[in-house]
Ligand binder design. Structure first.
Ligand code: MLT
Length: 267
């Protein structure tokens, strides 16, 4: 696993496969492990151009450097430096899940030439309400004083469809608990401050796909449908029976949706 440095920040990244680059940006408070179940299905369904999966840990998560503060701009700039370090200087297909989607929108704003196609999974373009932003600030303070379980224990109930295996939920709660407190708190504050991405969507110049689990309780189907209607030519795929963790809950369907969208585009 190479590490790509940007100043004092070291971004851990896994790459697998060869061909058209597909950048996969994980959600909160997770790591690149999110993509493990879809790696093989994504490679097996690639088109003639092949596919190179690029799966980083965002700063503050997994094996990347933890910083006291972070912003959507920091996350996006880290990813561009990482792509540069990998020799990927042209556009990539970019897929972000939930917080990864917020960062994908920031990439579109700050580095439009690096985004050739956009896949937004289980996310939203609108900003936090003032109440939601305040909750995040309170949660950030709690995480720093009592630990990551202040977020992970409540969140795991909402991440998966109700019918999902308890074992699966327990496994992911443990993974979330291992996320560094400072990284989790910094991400909560970054999400609270994130801008409205609806104008970004309305003026999007690249093809966009919106994937959502039919049982997603964090970013429900209506939210994805509104994004798909707002983005010029936007497409919507609803994955039946999945919650917010579509790549984990329905890896084959997730990969088929991504490839069904990317292949006709030559990605
Ligand atoms: C995520 O899955 O990344 C989070 O649910 C995003 C959020 O809390 O807004």
């Amino acid at each position: 696993m190479p590490n790509l440095d940007r100043g004092d920040v070291r971004i851990a990244v896994d790459t697998i496969g060869q061909g058209a680059p597909l950048l996969l940006i994980h959600g909160f408070p997770l790591s690149r492990e999110l993509w493990t179940p879809v790696m093989q299905p994504l490679l097996e369904t690639a088109g003639p151009a092949g596919r190179r999966l690029i799966m980083p840990d965002l700063r503050g998560f997994g094996a990347s450097t933890v910083t006291e503060t972070a912003s959507m701009a920091d996350y996006a700039d880290d990813l561009v430096s990482m792509l540069d370090g990998l020799g990927i200087t042209g556009p990539a297909a970019v897929c972000g899940l939930s917080m990864g989607g917020y960062i994908a929108f920031e990439l579109v704003r700050r580095h439009p030439a690096r985004v050739g196609a956009l896949i937004i999974a289980d996310s939203r373009a609108g900003p936090d309400t003032p109440e939601a932003a305040k909750n995040r600030r309170d949660q950030a303070a709690k995480v720093l004083s009592t630990g990551t379980s202040a977020v992970s224990d409540g969140m795991v109930q909402k991440l998966f469809a109700e019918a999902a295996d308890q074992e699966l939920k327990d496994q992911w709660r443990e993974r979330m608990r291992r996320s560094p407190e400072k990284g989790v708190a910094a991400a909560l504050l970054a999400m609270a401050e994130r801008p409205d991405s609806m104008p970004t969507l309305a003026t999007l110049r690249v093809p966009a796909l919106f994937i959502v689990g039919s049982e997603d309780r964090i970013t429900p189907v209506e939210v994805a449908a509104e994004m798909a209607e707002t983005a010029p030519g936007g497409r919507l795929v609803e994955i039946e029976g999945a919650g917010h963790m579509t790549p984990v809950e329905r890896p084959a369907e997730f990969a088929a949706s991504v490839s069904g969208f990317l292949r006709p585009l030559g990605w």
